[in-house]
Ligand binder design. Structure first.
Ligand code: CA
Length: 403
């Protein structure tokens, strides 16, 4: 989550299989750790803690190509939403909400963040606790603190990670996550942990890895800290009158809801805008592609946005939470996206990968994640079929390979 680098709408080149990670100098690493230990960033870390987790530690050179990778291309919003909000995630989310309904209800009462929104974040961040990331945080963050760009940022995160261990919140072997240090069911960065993590189950530890109640309450606390307003929706899909000037569109350019009414904006089904949202900005996620659904979004959408600094990401949580909260029945919006080749769900991605494997492409396992090898195989098939060879996984290609 928070924040680093690139929003989830960006597909990252994984072309770096060719790029061997740089060899890292062990002596330089040891010198750097020695300097860090004595620096102001680490003043809250006892020498024994520092030594316990860094003595004999080897740097992990594989995080550096990930730090330096460049976006390959930007996913259109419909591809992104197809993957993040599919029937599978809705079904998993309903089961997860049923299992944790008592805790979610309590959290909703104290924070004002609806159970379906907390579950929506949980589902998009870690697939309801199923994908936490397996890289040891101390190794990744120590490496990023001593090599590569943004070292000062990562030093703060490294110090916070050691403090989490020093205070005993998370078992040392459970402190694993993404290459950049996001961890746990909520994928917090270590510094976010100290701002937003909550001990909900009352055992004295804020364990967002192994305690689902702690993780759910921490997600709600994060959104509360980000300005969540009790009783307000994130926003809604709307219908715009013909000829409306949308040059000022943007989630930050909020107008009172009455001003939008006077401009002739209605809900997507044509009914009047409700009073539940005092002010809203106009979000047009597919404007660069021509048209597509339009949304009025309020302060709570901004809170979702702050989780990962991506409007497509916030929209995925918003849509998933509507589905989990029973406010809408179908995946997708009333207004179709401006494409004749919609994106694929994870189940369809797996089917596509299985078809590619059957055609002899060496793409590893059919895991539903479209990486560099799958993209290369897609390009080869697109070329063979006389389609535009852009490496994108879409319905047309899937249909053609099904034969
Ligand atoms: Ca706890």
């Amino acid at each position: 989550m928070p924040a680093l680098l690139l929003g989830p709408g960006i597909v990252l080149a994984q072309a770096q299989p060719h790029e061997a990670p740089p060899p890292l100098d062990g002596a330089e690493f040891a010198r750097c750790l020695g300097q860090l230990r004595a620096s102001a960033d680490f003043k809250a870390i006892q020498p024994a803690t520092f030594a316990r987790y860094t003595d004999g530690l080897a740097p992990d050179p594989t995080v550096l190509p990930l730090l330096n990778r460049q976006p390959e291309f930007t996913l259109p919003p419909w591809d992104y939403l197809a993957m993040l909000v599919d029937d599978e995630r809705v079904a998993d989310g309903r089961a997860a909400m049923a299992r944790w309904s008592k805790e979610l209800q309590q959290i909703e009462q104290t924070t004002g963040v609806p159970a379906a929104v907390v579950a929506g974040v949980w589902g998009v961040e870690s697939n309801f606790g199923q994908n936490l990331g397996g890289r040891p945080l101390v190794t990744s963050l120590a490496t990023l603190s001593c090599f590569g760009r943004r070292q000062s940022y990562f030093r703060g995160e490294f110090a916070a990670a050691l403090r989490i261990l020093q205070e005993g919140h998370i078992a040392p072997d459970k402190l694993t996550g993404s290459w950049a240090g996001a961890f746990g069911q909520t994928q917090f960065m270590p510094s976010t942990f100290f701002r937003s993590a909550v001990d909900f189950d009352g055992d004295g530890r804020r364990d967002i890895v192994d305690s689902v109640p702690d993780a759910l309450a921490s997600t709600a606390k994060f959104l509360q800290n980000a300005g969540w307003r009790r009783g307000q929706p994130w926003g809604f899909e709307v219908r715009l009158p013909k000829g409306l000037d949308t040059s000022d569109a943007g989630r930050r350019n909020k107008l009172p809801i009455d001003a939008w009414r006077r401009l002739g904006v209605t809900l997507a089904d044509g009914s009047p805008l409700p009073d539940t949202l005092p002010a809203a900005g106009l979000l047009l996620p597919a404007r660069d592609w021509g048209a597509g659904p339009a949304f009025l979004v309020g302060r709570n959408f901004d809170a979702l946005y702050s989780y990962n600094a991506s409007e497509n990401y916030a929209l995925a949580i918003a849509q998933l939470s509507n589905l989990l909260g029973g406010q809408t029945q179908q995946v997708g919006f009333v207004t179709p996206w401006p494409t004749d080749d919609p994106g694929l769900s994870r189940a369809q991605n797996r089917e596509l990968q299985t078809l590619l494997l059957q055609r002899g492409h060496d793409i590893g396992a059919a895991d539903g994640l479209i990486g560099a090898k799958t993209r290369e195989a897609i390009k080869a098939e697109q070329q063979r079929l006389g389609m535009k060879a852009d490496g994108r996984a879409g319905q047309k290609l899937l249909g053609a390979l099904r034969g």
